[in-house]
Ligand binder design. Sequence first.
Ligand code: GLC
Length: 536
Amino acid sequence: MMLYVDNFADDLKGVAKKIDYFIECGVNYVHLMPLLESPKEHSDGGYAVADFRKVQPELGTIDDLCALTDLCHKNNISCCLDFVMNHTSDEHAWAKAARSGDKDARSRYFFYDSWDIPNTYEQTVPQVFPTTAPGNFTKLDDNSIVMTTFYPYQWDLNYANPMVFNDMTENMLFLANAGLDVIRLDAVPYIWKELGTTCRNLPQVHTIVRLMRMICEIVCPSVLLLGEVVMEPSKVVPYFGTIDKPECNMLYNVTTMASTWNTIATRDVRLLDRQMKQLAELPKNYVFLNYLRCHDDIGWGLDYSWLNTLKMEEAPHKKYLNDYFTGKLAGSVSRGELYNDDPVLQDARLCGTTASLCGVESALWDKDDEALELALAADIMLHAYMFTQSGIPVIYSGDEVGQLNNYMYHADINKKFDSRYLHRGKFDWKLAEKRKDENSYQGKIFNALRKLETVRAKNDVFKANAEFHSAETGSDNVLGIYRKYAGQELLALFNFCSEKRSLKIDRNYTDLIKDRYITNKVIELRPYGFVWALLK
Ligand code: GLC
């Protein structure tokens, strides 16, 4: 599970007090969102770090962090924390020194006296936040110009300066000493800049990640590196490195995540099926973190060259997806908001919680019980699909009780320009209490997820190194996955449409969730239904 400390339980001590909730949820991995010191008004959700050795005072202290990681370990829970390595806050000591003219400090960043070089960069470097933070450079009060790929208050570090690498590596090891088991390398593809390039995924990035991996293996071999590589499909896998020269231990399965939401909007599983086929080809020691939602937006990084063969063009397709998920299209029950809507590139991304994107919010608003059942079915089916993939499934805190969008951020001066806060609301413990009531929607989602997790944990066929491939279903609405491990064979089916579907079968199966035999010769799938059928 990934969570914001303040949203979940106010501070680190509060999170420690909620350890029983983790246990109740069956959680054995907790990713704490950035919690190091960061200026309140200019924090990018904690991703603008002002001090890599200090916890944000409202959240606690390094000692609290150590106490929490200790407690988690005692309960067999691993902990992950972000290592924001591409940039520092403009309030970091190095940035402050650089601003006051210190030459050494300036050489830790990309400083220019005129726009000549920055403008040359701008010709080839795309923009990360075209609407909320256009451009890749920021002019300072003394007229010097500094590289700021993300927000203007996030100054890019220059890893060509070996002091940056040394000091940042020490900062990373400091986190390892605080008991973190997994270090999330934030925005890692961006860490090397070269004029005339996109400044993304350059070969030097891989060298640096490789060095960090070697350092971890020598100094703290139980610490794993999780790469945040939110890039088009072909750019992601190289971050695993090679067998001889491994880089990240784990990567986010971002393409599957985006393709999954694409499938909800199109009800057409062909793209996802293709994605499953591609994953099936990868070595089994590549560990993916699978997820439906996280703290960031959903970017539509899909395989457009393949979609073109189905006569789907990138710009109109993205528009269709965004219209669907913002509820603009007739029949759409989703309630999302656009993120960084770039009118030039027509490349808006999307925000919203799983439940709101699946239609729970609109059904509750309309008091439509039938629509609510469909929305819950879609929400649960998506989780079941996530649990079927090989790797580590990560729940975004709140999703386990169907938490809805948080519209309060519109009224917060520091947040209202960043729609990612739509799905970064406070965890509502009062509503979460309803998980104990089987008839509440919270209870329905929570219990369904618990069941999925228990069944998944009990059956080896879900192990990451199981054989898996996509299974033919005869319907473009139904995705099929076949898994095999140590004598167990599983056929998993997911109906991505709001009508019933059925599949003829010629072998006998057990429905793992309902714990009963599938006796007739067909598997019936209800609207947005799924089945985990284990071969008898
Ligand atoms: C990563 C984070 C994102 C943040 C960015 C800049 O992509 O996931 O939330 O805005 O890095 O640090």
